[in-house]
Design a protein around this ligand. Structure first.
Ligand code: PLP
Length: 406
């Protein structure tokens, strides 16, 4: 098809159908994309956009990666799905690759981040009841985000996500991120009852708020001393986003469990709960399950995604582009008082503004740059890990030109 011949009305029709038939849980930007190539997206009128969003940190290898396409084609020709009641070459190989690249243990495969969180939550509960702790406490952090199911919302430390659904799950307490005294106090207050502490190493949805090295180390020490699971939610920070395959790698220790999704499938839905050896047998036959989790197609794509990250020097590109982005954004911070803060790691970058971020994101979109507004005033910059320095610079030029007008 000649892309130039797409009638303009098709976009208007698409919008009308969405308004009429899709339940309105999203505040959509006024665009639809038809195709993409690595860091570029194209709308219905063939207008080009530089992608600083990656579908919320999902398309970490950009759009239309030839090796990912090849794997999808080859696997689709063979098998999409059988069932977790049978062995699967693809799921077995993926689990091995995840373990070889994280920490010794086992993997439970899911379809999404929320389901990986659900599995982690159930694991912590199993752990509690296996130790006869009948009033267990799970610690989570204020401002955290762990998904939209009831357990995900219950673990999420943000009222705007929780409100409107009545009582959520009991036995979850929240600690202020990076407040070491508060963490120590929580372990003292609930001594003998805390079975897990769940943390995003860098809080994503709440505006790219990194946990300090000291806070992370203390989290590891306190959970170890108290026989509690340290669960890292790496759904957003994992898969190379912060410059290492997993963010925990820079801490000098590993968690007891880790949730993954988003970039794991390069856009194909898949998630995973990785569980350390000590806890790997808590789930027994029949105690958890999923129809689709880690089906042949999803597992094949995830395996290839990890292989590409490892063999194509993707992480090197993250670090080169990260240096470039931080140096330009910090310069902008000096020049434009509207920037309050620049933070993050790798290509997981938050620019906090002194004004609402959504209008800035909308202006950037008009000018051909896709970004994300979160936490009211934060711009989240998460380009594909494969972005070229040239397009990164061009995208930052657009951002700067919009900032100049504010
Ligand atoms: C840290 C974190 N945990 C959990 C989730 C939920 O994942 P999903 O939307 O795939 O269910 C997200 C999604 O944004 C996330 O960023």
């Amino acid at each position: 098809m000649n892309e130039a011949e797409i009638p303009k009305e098709l976009f208007e029709h698409t919008k009308e159908l969405a308004e009429r038939y899709l339940i309105g849980t999203y505040s959509r930007y006024d665009v639809a994309f038809r195709y993409g190539v690595n860091e570029l997206l194209f709308d219905f009128e063939n207008k080009q956009y530089i992608d600083f969003h990656s579908g919320v940190a999902v398309t970490n290898l950009g759009q239309a990666d030839p090796d990912i396409i090849e794997v999808v084609r080859t696997q689709a020709d063979k098998l999409f799905h059988t069932s977790n009641l049978f062995y699967s070459e693809e799921a077995s190989k993926l689990a091995e690759l995840l373990i070889l690249n994280s920490f010794p243990g086992k993997v439970f495969l899911t379809n999404s981040g929320t389901e990986a969180i659900e599995a982690a939550f159930k694991l912590a509960r199993k752990y509690a009841y296996s130790r006869s702790i009948n009033d267990p406490i799970l610690l989570s952090l204020e401002n955290s985000f762990h998904g939209r199911s009831v357990s995900g919302m219950s673990l999420t430390g943000q009222d705007k996500i929780r409100k409107g659904y009545g009582d959520l799950l009991k036995g979850i307490e929240f600690v202020e991120p990076n407040n070491e005294e508060a963490l120590v106090a929580a372990f003292e207050r609930y001594q003998g009852r805390i079975v897990a502490l769940i943390e995003e190493p860098i809080q994503g949805e709440s505006g790219i708020i990194p946990l300090s090295k000291n806070f992370l180390t203390l989290s590891r020490e306190l959970t170890a001393e108290n026989d509690a699971l340290l669960i890292f939610d790496e759904i957003q920070t994992g898969m190379g986003r912060t410059g290492t395959l997993f963010a925990f790698e820079t801490t000098g220790f590993s968690p007891d469990a880790m949730t993954l999704a988003k970039g794991l499938g390069s856009g194909f839905p898949i998630g995973a709960l990785v569980v350390a050896e000590k806890y790997q047998d808590l789930f027994t036959v029949g105690s958890h399950g999923s129809t689709f989790g880690g089906n042949h197609l999803a597992a094949a794509v995830a395996y290839e995604t990890i292989r590409i990250i490892q063999t194509r020097e993707v992480l090197n590109n993250v670090n080169v582009c990260s240096d470039l982005a931080f140096s330009r954004l910090n310069e902008m911070k000096e020049r434009y008082p509207v920037i309050a803060d620049v933070r993050g790691r790798g290509l997981h970058i938050g620019v906090e503004l002194k004004i609402p971020s959504r209008p800035v994101v909308e202006a950037c979109l008009k000018a051909g740059l896709v970004m994300n507004s979160t936490a009211e005033t934060v711009i989240r910059i998460m380009p594909p890990l494969t972005i070229s320095p040239e397009f990164l610079n061009q995208g930052l030029d657009i951002f700067e030109s919009v900032l100049k007008q504010n």
